[in-house]
Design a protein around this ligand. Structure first.
Ligand code: PRX
Length: 582
C-alpha cells in the first residue's frame, strides 16, 4: 500500500524557526569544521565531551539553568542545574582519581536511570577514562562478557544489582573497585573494595581539572551485537561530541528553550548520544525518567513538564497506538513541538497515527552504535514519506552499494547501505578486535550491515539486515550470544536462534534446541530454559518461543543453519541446501 506524502508548510510559518532551514543549501555548504567553531574546546586546546556538554555552560548565562529533571520511582523528583552537574561530576572525578583511575582506563556503569548515573558518566569523561554504560536489565553473563572484554577497572552499580556482580566477580581479575550508589536507601553494608558513593562524595573536592583529552582519545564504548561471537565494544573518541551536537541541533531541532525527553536508556547508544551529550552540548534541559514504559505516566510526564521535543522508539509508539487516541485525549500534550523516532523501522501507520492524534508526525531517523550519531533523517522542514528513514544528514554521504562493494546502485535498487567515511562520531575500533573493525570498511565505504534502497528523491527505505542479527524492540540481539547462553542450560545439547516477526516489538527471538540424553521435552522445561536465558542476558534476548527438535540442520562443517531454520519457520524458499548435512 502506498501512503501519501506528508507535506510541510513553508518554514517561515513555523512557530519556532527550524535550525535546519533549507536542506539543500545546508547540504551544499556543510563542513564539519564549521561545527567545531560552535564548541568551546578546553582552555588548553583539548576536546573533552564532558566539558562541551556541561562545564562550558557554567561560564555563560546557562549556569543556573536546569540541565536535568529527574522523575524517580515513588514520586521522587530532583532537579540539577548545569552548575550542579559540573560540581557533582567534579567530585565524582576526584573519587576516581583517588582510586588511581588513569586516562584510557575503562570505567563502567551498571545502574538504573538515577541522576548519579548521569553524574558518573560526566565524571568518568572528565578523568579521561573510557565510559562503559551497561543496561541495568542485563544479567550475569551479559555483564561478565562486557566487563571482561573491556578489562574494566571500576564499576558503578547499586545494592539491587550487586548480586549479579558478585556472581561473576571471580572471573574479572581486572575489576579493582566497585562504587555503590544507594539511591533508594536499601539496607546495605559495603564489602571489601566497595565504596559507598554517598559517603565518598561527601568528602570529595568540588574543583577538578578536566583531563586534557585530544579529540582522538577514546571517550565511550558501547557493546553491540553481531552475527558471530559475543557482543563487541564499539569505541568512540571525544570528537564524537561534534556529531552529537550537530545532529541534536539540526535533526532533533533543539533550541535553548526546549524541554527535551529522550526515552532511551544510556545502556544503549541513543541514551548517551541523545540522552546526555548532544542535548546538553546544546544547553538544553533534559527530562530523565527512572520509570519504564507506562502509557499514563508517559503522557503525564509530557504534560507535567511541558516537554517540547520527544525522541522515542517504534516499539513504544506501537504500544501507545494500542492504547489509542482516547488516552492521548485525557492529557494536555499541547507543549509538544517536534517528535522523533529511532531504532527500528517506523511503520507508516505509526507515522500517520501520530499525525492524527498528536497533530504532528513522528520523524524517523536512522543510525547505529558504530556511527555514533544520526546519519539519515526526516527533518522538520522536509516532507515525510511514511515508511522512509529520510535523507542523509548534510555532512553525510550515504549510498546503496552492490554485493562486491564496488559500485553505487541506481535509485530504486536494493543493496547494501554504506556510508562514506570518516565523520567525527564514527567508531574508531571494536575493542580488542581491530580486524573485525577493518572488515567493516571497503573501497572508501563503511558497510553498515543493513540492506536498503534509495528512491529518486534521495529518500532511503530500510529493507532488512544483511546478517542474522535480530532487532527486538530496538535492541540488537546477536544469535550467537543467545545460543551460547542456551547451551549452558543442562538440558540443551545444541541451539539455533532466529528472529520472527512481532506486531509490537518488530522481532522476537525464537530458539530451536535439541536436548541432551535423559531430558524429555515438556512445557515446564521450555519455561525453565526461557527463565535461564533471561537471567543470564536480559528479557529482550530471552526466546519468546522454544521449539524442541531431535536434531538441528547443520552444514557438513557442523555450523547450525539459522537461515534454513528461518526459511522453514516462515515458509520461505529454502535456498541453497547443498552444504546441509542431514
Ligand atoms: O538495523 C538498523 C536498526 O538498528 C540498527 C542499529 O542498532 P544499534 O547499533 O543498536 O543502534 C541504535 C541507535 C539507533 C541498524 O543497523 N535501525 C536503527 N534505526 C532504524 C533501524 N532500522 C530501520 N529504521 C530505523 N530508523
Amino acid at each position: 500500500m502506498k501512503y501519501k506524502t506528508i507535506t510541510k508548510d513553508n518554514p517561515q510559518n513555523f512557530k519556532v524557526r527550524p535550525n535546519l532551514y533549507n536542506y539543500e543549501a545546508m547540504r551544499k555548504d556543510f563542513k564539519w569544521e564549521d561545527i567545531h567553531k560552535e564548541l568551546d574546546f578546553l582552555p588548553g586546546g583539548g576536546l573533552n565531551l564532558a566539558y562541551e556538554a556541561i562545564d562550558r555552560h557554567t561560564k555563560n548565562d546557562k549556569k543556573n539553568k536546569i540541565a536535568l529533571i529527574w522523575d524517580g520511582k515513588n514520586n521522587k523528583e530532583e532537579k540539577y542545574t548545569f552548575q550542579d552537574m559540573s560540581r557533582l561530576s567534579n567530585q565524582f572525578a576526584n573519587i576516581l582519581d583517588s582510586l588511581g583511575v588513569k586516562k584510557g582506563d575503562r570505567v563502567f556503569t551498571y545502574l538504573d536511570r538515577v541522576p548519579e548515573l548521569y553524574i558518573s558518566i560526566i565524571g568518568i569523561a572528565k578523568t579521561g577514562a573510557i565510559i562503559g554504560p551497561l543496561f541495568s536489565a542485563f544479567g550475569t553473563e551479559a555483564i561478565k562478557d562486557r566487563l571482561s572484554d573491556s578489562g574494566a577497572k571500576v564499576l558503578i552499580t547499586s545494592p539491587q544489582l550487586l548480586a549479579n556482580v558478585d556472581a561473576v566477580k571471580k572471573d574479572l581479575p581486572e575489576l579493582k573497585h566497585i562504587i555503590i550508589v544507594n539511591k533508594h536507601n536499601v539496607p546495605y553494608s559495603p564489602k571489601e573494595n566497595e565504596i559507598v558513593y554517598e559517603k565518598a562524595m561527601a568528602g570529595a573536592k568540588t574543583e577538578y581539572n578536566i583531563c586534557s583529552t585530544d579529540k582522538e582519545d577514546f571517550s565511550i564504548m558501547h557493546y553491540t551485537s553481531g552475527t558471530t561471537g559475543k557482543p563487541k565494544g564499539a569505541a568512540h573518541v571525544h570528537e564524537a561530541i561534534v556529531g552529537h551536537y550537530a545532529t541534536a541541533k539540526y535533526v532533533l531541532d533543539l533550541h535553548s528553550e526546549d524541554i527535551y525527553w529522550c526515552t532511551a536508556d544510556p545502556g544503549w547508544v541513543t541514551g548517551t548520544s541523545y540522552g546526555i551529550f548532544g542535548p546538553w552540548a546544546n544547553g538544553v534541559t533534559q527530562l530523565v525518567s527512572e520509570i519504564g514504559f507506562q502509557v499514563h505516566h508517559w503522557y503525564d510526564l509530557i504534560s507535567k513538564y511541558k516537554v517540547t521535543v520527544w525522541y522515542t522508539a517504534p516499539t513504544a509508539i506501537r504500544m501507545l497506538m494500542k492504547y489509542g487516541e482516547k488516552e492521548v485525549k485525557k492529557h494536555n500534550l499541547s507543549s509538544l513541538r517536534y517528535i522523533n523516532s529511532v531504532g527500528e523501522p517506523l511503520n507508516p501507520e505509526a507515522v500517520i497515527w501520530s499525525r492524527e492524534v498528536f497533530g504532528m508526525a513522528f520523524h524517523d531517523n536512522w543510525w547505529q552504535t558504530e556511527t555514533g550519531c544520526i546519519q539519515i533523517a526526516n527533518y522538520a522542514v522536509q516532507d515525510i514519506k511514511p515508511g522512509s528513514m529520510g535523507r542523509p544528514f548534510p555532512g553525510v554521504k550515504a549510498a546503496i552499494i552492490n554485493d562486491n562493494f564496488t559500485q553505487e546502485l541506481p535509485a530504486g535498487e536494493e543493496g547494501h547501505l554504506c556510508l562514506k567515511y570518516p565523520w567525527p562520531s564514527m567508531f574508531r575500533t571494536y575493542w580488542n578486535k581491530k580486524d573485525l573493525y577493518n572488515s567493516r570498511f571497503k573501497n572508501g565505504w563503511y558497510i553498515t550491515g543493513d540492506k536498503a534502497r534509495m528512491d529518486n528523491e534521495g529518500y532511503f527505505h530500510f529493507v532488512g539486515r544483511a546478517d542474522d542479527v535480530m532487532n527486538v524492540a530496538g535492541h540488537l540481539v546477536g544469535p550467537f550470544e543467545v545460543e551460547s547462553a542456551l547451551v549452558e542450560h543442562p538440558a540443551v545439547a545444541e541451539a539455533g536462534v532466529i528472529g520472527i516477526p512481532d506486531p509490537i516489538r518488530m522481532e522476537v527471538v525464537k530458539a530451536f534446541v535439541s536436548l541432551r540424553e535423559g531430558f524429555e521435552p515438556s512445557e515446564k522445561l521450555k519455561l525453565d530454559i526461557k527463565k535461564f536465558v533471561a537471567e543470564k542476558l536480559d528479557a529482550n534476548a530471552a526466546p519468546k518461543e522454544i521449539e524442541i527438535l531431535k536434531t538441528l540442520p547443520k552444514t557438513r562443517s557442523g555450523k547450525i543453519m539459522r537461515r534454513l531454520l528461518k526459511a522453514r519457520e516462515l515458509g520461505l524458499p529454502e535456498g541453497d541446501t547443498s552444504t546441509l548435512e542431514e
